[in-house]
Design a protein around this ligand. Structure first.
Ligand code: HEM
Length: 204
C-alpha cells in the first residue's frame, strides 16, 4: 500500500505520510509502517475496551443507564468519568534521561519507570472520594490519554467514538443485563479491558 500511495496518492493517511517531510527528509517505508501499526494498536484496542468497560459498568447500574437514556447530554461527562474511573490505559513505561528527584527519592538516570495512570485517576489528592463514580464531577479523564509530547493523537476521536457508541446503545436498548459468569480481563500492564462483554440487550 505504501508503494501504491507513493506512486498515486489519494485522500488518506498513508498518502499524507508519504508526503510528510521533517527537516527536508521524507519518512521511510519502515517509519510509515511503524506509525500505522501504532495507530492500529493504539487506536483499536483502547477504544474497544473503553466501550466494552462502559457497557458492562452500565449493565450493573440500571439507574445510571436510565439517566443516560433520559438525559443523553450527560453522555460526554459519563465518558470522561469512565476514563478516570476505569480507563483502558493503566500504565505508561518511560526511561529517565536524568536523575529525577520525586517524593523524597531519586530515580537514577536510565531507569525504566512505569507511571500508573490508572492509579492517577484515583488520586485522592486530586479527586474527592475517588472511588465513587460521579457524573457531576466535571473533570477531564484526560490523564488516561497520557501527558506531554506523546499525548494521545486520537484522544478527540476516541472520545467521539465512545460517546457515539454509548449514545447509540442508549437510544436502542432500554436495558442491558449482564449474563451470568465471571468477566475475563486481558492480562496486561498497559491497556486493560474485558476480552468479551457478555450482555443481553433489551430493545426499546
Ligand atoms: C480510549 C481510547 C484511547 C486511550 C485510552 C489512549 C491512550 C493513549 C496514551 C496513554 C498514549 C500515550 C502513550 C505514551 O505516552 O507512551 C497514547 C498515544 C497515542 N495514541 Fe492513543 N489512546 C486511545 C485512542 C486512540 C485512537 C482512537 C488513536 C488513533 C486512531 C490513538 C492513537 C495514538 C497515537 C498515534 C499515539 C502516539 C502519540 C505520540 O507518541 O506522539 N489513540 N494513547
Amino acid at each position: 500500500m505504501i508503494a501504491d500511495r507513493r506512486r498515486a496518492p489519494i485522500d488518506d493517511t498513508v498518502s499524507e505520510l508519504t508526503r510528510a517531510e521533517l527537516d527536508g527528509q521524507r519518512l521511510g517505508d519502515a517509519e510509515i509502517l511503524e506509525f500505522m501499526v501504532a495507530v492500529l494498536l493504539g487506536g483499536l484496542e483502547t477504544t474497544t475496551h473503553l466501550i466494552a468497560t462502559s457497557a458492562l459498568f452500565l449493565a450493573a447500574r440500571p439507574e445510571l443507564w436510565a439517566r443516560l437514556r433520559r438525559e443523553p447530554a450527560t453522555i460526554p461527562a459519563f465518558v470522561e468519568e469512565m476514563l478516570r474511573f476505569d480507563g483502558p490505559s493503566q500504565s505508561l513505561p518511560r526511561f529517565t534521561t536524568c536523575d529525577v528527584p520525586l517524593a523524597g527519592v531519586t530515580i537514577p538516570a536510565n531507569s525504566l519507570v512505569l507511571a500508573l495512570v490508572g492509579s492517577a485517576g484515583r488520586d485522592e489528592r486530586r479527586f474527592a472520594d475517588p472511588d465513587r463514580f460521579d457524573l457531576a464531577r466535571g473533570v477531564s479523564g484526560g490523564v488516561n490519554f497520557g501527558h506531554g509530547v506523546h499525548f494521545c493523537l486520537g484522544a478527540a476521536l476516541a472520545r467521539m467514538e465512545a460517546q457515539i457508541a454509548v449514545g447509540a446503545l442508549a437510544r436502542r436498548f432500554v436495558r442491558l443485563e449482564p449474563l451470568p459468569g465471571p468477566i475475563a480481563y486481558n492480562r496486561t500492564l498497559t491497556v486493560r479491558g474485558p476480552v468479551a462483554a457478555p450482555l443481553r440487550l433489551f430493545p426499546a
